[in-house]
Design a protein around this ligand. Structure first.
Ligand code: IMP
Length: 420
């Protein structure tokens, strides 16, 4: 399993792409098209939002699990755009019939809610993710299997619209949604999505029994997890390792390796605490060198130093067995590099993160400083060839995190990464 140990955008797509060669199945288990996994193959860049990036390898079967929220229009668009670029999708993609569907009213609610709270907003991607998971938890959500049954679909959509439209009209003073327009739009999707519809737990567990191997592809990151993240500045799903079991129907006893992905520094998109955030000048430098702009919304990412407190806790809650460090090359021009080893709060040392946003906003990161390597690392293909200062930086991260670094990535291309 590959999961993010920071606030998402750690470069999981690249790590998954590297590991895909060795597996038979690649599976998404949570989130939706709020995610954006960028994979560069040769001169071509692919940004995947819903479909596992394993689809770029031939002969793999990719699954969108029940824990994912699916915007059918966005999924079909992604399928079409992959096909146009010569990627085989049919017979290589399955979508769980238990996955919940995103509707236009979810997207509208997402945006209206954010606008209503103003400065206290979360900074969501506006893709309707939160409202769709809200409906799932409220037990009124509409799943892919429901869409396939016209009578059930009509009934559920009607019920949902009655409630949502009352909210749009009275609370948000916004236009209501017409049943017929949504119904027709989604009936159009039905025929096109039906061929991909699968009973994912049965297919995945059968594959395990047959000795096949499965790679679980996490989206977002630990600190955006609804339970373990910087709540409420989180997404609405479990982006941590446990989410893979509930989000696919594969039991925890089947999972033997959890790889945490971290950037050599830290980024976050959207609002919420970020103790090691850079001051403006450094922010600009690293953002432009690291091309730190959201793959989904294009928003500039906030950037900061590596925060070992965050990652140590991520290792704990995910049971991570190893770490992949990405974008090491982005620090190539930095004369000094810093790592936050712990926090200070009210005169006390904190080894683990606080529980509330108020306390998060008050913590002061305590840094250690290391000399930078001031050498281009983008052509390096093994650990021993890294400049000594870069090796020391990685070794120090290993000491602080107490897990092994097993993969290092030094650029966006497939070949710019190596196992350690
Ligand atoms: P939502 O998932 O659209 O509801 O957004 C909630 C928070 O998660 C916001 O701060 C988003 O910027 C953040 N977020 C959601 N998906 C991603 C992602 O793939 N990478 C980084 N941040 C994300």
């Amino acid at each position: 399993m590959v999961v993010g140990a920071q606030w998402g955008d750690e470069g999981k797509g690249k790590v998954i792409d590297l590991l895909t060669e060795k597996v038979d199945f690649v599976v998404r288990f949570q989130g939706g098209n709020n995610a954006g996994h960028t994979v560069v193959v040769g001169e071509q860049e692919f940004v995947m939002h819903l479909i596992p990036s394993g689809i770029l390898h031939s002969g793999k079967f990719c699954v969108i699990g029940n824990g994912v929220v699916v915007d059918p229009g966005a999924l079909l668009e992604e399928i079409e755009s992959l096909k146009k670029r010569g990627i085989e999708v049919d017979d290589h993609l399955g979508v769980s019939d238990q996955a919940h569907l995103i509707f236009p009213y979810h997207k509208a609610l997402d945006k209206l809610r954010e606008a209503k709270v103003g400065p206290g907003k979360i900074g969501t991607t506006g893709r309707g993710i939160g409202p769709c998971y809200t409906d799932k938890a409220a037990r009124v959500g509409i799943r892919l299997a429901d869409l396939l049954d016209d009578e059930v679909f009509r009934r559920k959509l009607k019920l949902n619209l009655e409630e949502k439209n009352a909210l749009f009209r009275s609370f948000y003073q916004a236009p209501a949604f017409e049943f017929e327009a949504i119904y027709q739009e989604y009936c159009g999707y039905r025929e096109r999505i039906a061929p991909y519809c699968i009973n994912a737990p049965v297919i995945l567990n059968r594959a395990i029994q047959e000795g096949k191997s499965i790679l679980f592809e996490g989206a977002q990151g630990t600190w955006l997890d609804i339970d373990h993240g910087t709540y409420p500045y989180v997404t609405s799903s479990n982006a941590t390792a446990g989410g893979a079991c509930v989000g696919t129907g594969v039991g925890p006893t089947q999972i033997d390796q959890v790889i945490g992905v971290v950037k050599a520094y830290t980024t976050r998109v959207g609002e919420g605490p970020f103790p090691t955030e850079f001051p403006p000048v450094l922010m600009e430098q690293i953002r432009s060198k690291g091309k730190e702009f959201g793959a989904t919304t294009g928003r500039p990412r906030r950037c900061g130093w590596f925060d070992a407190v965050l990652v140590r806790h991520a290792i704990l809650v995910n049971g991570m067995t190893e770490i992949a460090v990405t974008k090491l090359d982005v620090l190539d021009d930095s004369p000094r590099v810093k790592i936050a080893t712990h926090y200070r709060l009210e005169g006390k040392t904190l080894e683990a993160p606080p529980a509330t946003i108020d306390r998060w906003n008050q913590v002061e990161p305590v840094y250690e400083e290391h000399p930078g390597w001031l050498t281009d690392t983008t052509q390096v293909s093994c650990f021993e060839d890294l400049p000594p200062q870069a090796r020391r930086y990685l070794k120090r991260l290993e000491e602080l995190l107490r897990v092994k670094i097993s993969i290092v990535s030094v650029g966006s291309k497939r070949e710019q990464a190596f196992h350690v």
